[in-house]
Design a protein around this ligand. Structure first.
Ligand code: ATP
Length: 222
């Protein structure tokens, strides 16, 4: 079966912390496709002011364009919110019955998996590939893993081939790689403070942010 990855997130905006580990994961697992699915109405960010979906989607399209196997999907667009990952994954797996689906997420998100809507159902829909975020990893992460998932944990090293999982079993892969310490919050904060973000996002995304004045503080002159 071909292996396909799904990467869900707010992507407000997409940054190198999303892309760099995903390039490594794609190589390690041999994904035939990596599908980025921006959240339409993310349940974990209710009440937060987000850039419009059209901008978040456009920036993802620009960021993924250089990579042959990376795609952006509007699967969540227009779904009455909040848009839950479990529903997205169910729909995705229904549309791709011939693929083994792997869901990518950062270790910070994984450490809070029990707060996700119908998480027990979610972890039986796809394998999880947990990317290393320095804030939660190692012993700290292990303490937070729900008991039900402990026996599924499978450490994998970057660029070492990953054997097929046992039939019918969904695993949780912990991908060992250098953490890339960037977050979308950091980018928004830096822009608000008038600092550069050119090392943190692809140049096309940087240009889009500048062109549309996203995340900048409105200047009233002086
Ligand atoms: P924010 O700072 O606004 O919370 P974020 O940078 O965490 O945003 P999201 O779009 O909310 O980005 O995250 C989507 C997914 O990407 C999540 O599973 C998150 O853990 C993961 N992720 C984000 N940044 C990184 C990073 N630097 N390394 C690995 N995974 C990351």
């Amino acid at each position: 079966m071909r292996r396909v990855a799904v990467f869900g997130g707010t992507f407000d905006p997409v940054h190198l912390g999303h892309l760099v580990p995903t390039v490594g994961a794609a190589e390690t697992f041999g994904f035939s496709q990596v599908v980025f699915i921006p959240a339409f109405d993310p349940p974990h960010k209710q009440g937060a002011v987000l850039a419009p979906f059209s901008h978040r989607f456009a920036m993802l399209a620009l960021a993924t364009q250089p990579y042959d196997r990376f795609f952006v999907s509007d699967l969540e667009m227009g779904r009455p919110g909040p848009t839950y990952t479990v529903d997205t994954l169910r729909e995705f797996t229904r549309r791709c019955p011939e693929s083994e689906v792997y869901f990518l997420l950062g270790s910070d998100s994984f450490s809070q998996i029990e707060t996700w809507h119908r998480w027990q159902e979610l972890v039986d829909l796809a394998h999880l590939v947990v990317l290393h975020r320095a804030t939660v990893w190692g012993d700290k992460l292990l303490e937070l893993v729900p008991a039900r998932l402990r026996e599924r944990l499978t450490p994998v090293r970057l660029f070492e081939p990953v054997p097929d999982p046992p039939p019918g079993r969904k695993l949780v892969y912990l991908l060992e790689h250098e953490p890339f310490p960037v977050s979308a919050s950091l980018i928004r904060e830096r822009l608000q403070a008038g600092q550069t973000i050119s090392e943190l996002v692809p140049p096309e995304v940087h240009r889009w942010i500048v062109k549309y004045g996203l995340y900048h503080q409105v200047s009233h002159g002086c």
